[in-house]
Design a protein around this ligand. Structure first.
Ligand SMILES: Cc1cc2nc3c(=O)[nH]c(=O)nc-3n(C[C@H](O)[C@H](O)[C@H](O)COP(=O)(O)O)c2cc1C
Length: 207
């Protein structure tokens, strides 16, 4: 079972989410995995070259120039890591009611037509059948993650988008586990509850 772990923890040692991440990493001490730290290994925004390369290669099936190949080489490296993995584990905080921009950019890099999804007679379909993902995050506030709207507390776009991204790619499972941190009285309890949920998922997947 090949595991790819993606983290974006800009708070480093002060990060709340890192506590959930460390809890997960402790379980991988004697297991094989690949870890990508998005603070070190940064995904790239589409620019004109890379978008043209993507259209020409992935949508029009054209052979692209060496120069255009270079413009998507970083994206392709991230996309290949996902293709090779069976399980993806992600850890990052909530920023502005959603997925931090750099993590969204990682999704934009790996979500490639002809690789992660394609179109059939009935519309788009995901190509990563059988893969599983676990996303862990912390947020200051507490929300109603299953429903998103303009009305508070229905403001958590993170959980929904994390699930949609993996569902669109055909993943068999997309678990998302969060803990709220702003209430000091509840913080430890929330973190412990999240850790117990993480244990339940990982025990099932790696048993
Ligand atoms: C730039 C920034 C934006 C944030 N936006 C939100 C937000 O929209 N909603 C929320 O509940 N908490 C928000 N928070 C609070 C964090 O999500 C929360 O403190 C979290 O536990 C931080 O995780 P970390 O310590 O791993 O960085 C934000 C924090 C930062 C630094």
């Amino acid at each position: 079972m090949k595991t790819l772990i993606i983290s974006y923890l800009p708070g480093k040692d002060y990060s709340n989410t890192k506590k959930l991440f460390d809890h997960i990493m402790a379980k991988f001490e004697n297991k094989e995995y690949k870890h990508i730290d998005l603070l070190e290994d940064k995904p790239e925004f589409f620019d004109n070259d890379s978008l043209m390369a993507y259209y020409q290669r992935n949508y029009q099936g054209k052979e692209i120039s060496e120069e255009l190949k270079k413009s998507v080489s970083k994206m392709d490296a991230f996309a290949n890591q996902v293709k090779e993995a069976d399980i993806i584990i992600m850890a990052y905080p909530m920023h502005n009611f959603g997925i931090p921009g750099i993590v969204k950019t990682w999704f934009d890099n790996i979500m490639q037509k002809g690789m992660a999804f394609d179109y059939g007679p009935t519309g788009p379909f995901g190509m990563y059948k059988g893969k599983k993902s676990l996303t862990v995050y912390t947020s200051g506030g507490s929300y109603t993650p299953d429903k998103v709207s303009i009305n508070y507390p229905e403001w958590n776009t993170l959980e929904l988008l994390a699930k949609i991204e993996f569902a669109f790619m055909g993943f068999e499972k997309a678990e998302v586990i969060g803990a709220t941190t702003s209430n000091p009285k509840m913080k430890e309890e929330n973190m412990d509850t999240a850790k117990a949920k993480i244990d339940a998922v990982l025990n099932e997947w790696y048993s």
